[in-house]
Design a protein around this ligand. Structure first.
Ligand code: HEC
Length: 251
């Protein structure tokens, strides 16, 4: 009997700690089409239009966007929204101290954000995909917005016109004798200019871009990897044929 109780409490403890580890709602899977140039270009346009108002990307130069198929003219005329030159790094329109004063927290540099947010719930890209689709109306917050994966976030919902405004539905549940608020889903309050599919696609493209920006060489590396594999396969074949040819007369 003692053993059974021990077993049960260990099991309960394990499932509780598993629950505690994940913390917060599950993250949705980001599309991850990091080699899709059209998607990367869409993402870059969204990024330079919406995000550089508050965030910078200090490790990224505008002219690097040639790597995803933009021409220098396109970069200069369509993507640089400030008085920056195409050879400059992507700096934010506001300073760190302004950010802190206006939003309570400094908007972090986004150069490598997709690599720094991986967790028990998924990859950094999954986090970003969920975060950027996770804003909801909250009259108690200074900006009027809150976020399901970043409670009391200082960032406003910059895409609210596209997504419309939504309310988050939380239910109180008892887990291991403790009352917790469990996220159940969203309720649309006012419509946005985009359908849910269009919005998810826009955010998906943006997240692809953020992922690419975190490691622009990764596409090059992957392409190179494919050639290395093809070479190795060819080389193995030649070696195998040679081996056969050498031993043919000896057997
Ligand atoms: C109006 C200013 C503003 C704009 C525009 C803005 N952000 Fe933010 N963002 C913030 C602030 C402020 C924070 C810090 C929030 C905090 O720590 O509470 C933040 C935080 C973040 C974070 C960090 C979340 C975390 O887990 O630490 C990410 C990611 C992010 N923003 C992405 C974006 C993206 C992508 C865009 C463009 C679509 C964008 N932001 C546009 C102000 C802004």
């Amino acid at each position: 009997m003692k053993k059974v109780i021990l077993g049960l409490s260990v099991a309960a403890g394990l499932s509780l700690s598993a629950f505690a580890n994940t913390g917060g709602p599950a993250w949705d899977k980001a599309p991850g089409h990091i080699t899709d140039q059209t998607s990367l270009q869409n993402g870059a346009r969204t990024f330079t239009t919406y995000c550089l108002n508050c965030h910078g990307a200090a490790y990224m130069r505008y002219n690097r966007l040639r790597d995803i198929g933009f021409t220098l003219d396109q970069i200069k005329n369509e993507l640089v929204k400030t008085d920056a030159k195409v050879g400059d790094t992507m700096t934010s329109a506001i300073s760190a101290s302004e950010g802190k004063a206006w939003f309570g927290n400094n908007p972090p540099d986004l150069s490598v954000i997709a690599r720094s947010r991986a967790g028990a719930n998924g990859t950094g890209a999954d986090y970003l995909y969920t975060y950027l689709r996770g804003f909801y109306r909250d009259s108690a917050s200074p900006t009027g917005w809150n976020n399901i994966v970043f409670p009391n976030v200082g960032m406003p919902h910059v895409f609210w016109e596209l997504q419309g405004s939504r309310k988050a539905v939380y239910e109180e549940e008892e887990v291991g004798g403790q009352k917790v608020h469990v996220f159940k889903g969203f309720e649309q309050l006012t419509p946005g200019t985009m359908t849910t599919e269009q919005y998810d696609q826009t955010v998906g493209d943006l997240v692809n871009y953020l992922q690419w920006m975190g490691e622009p060489v990764q596409t090059t590396r992957r392409n190179l990897g494919i050639w290395v594999l093809i070479f190795l396969a060819g080389f193995t074949f030649v070696t195998w044929r040679l081996n056969k040819a050498f031993w043919k007369d000896i057997k």
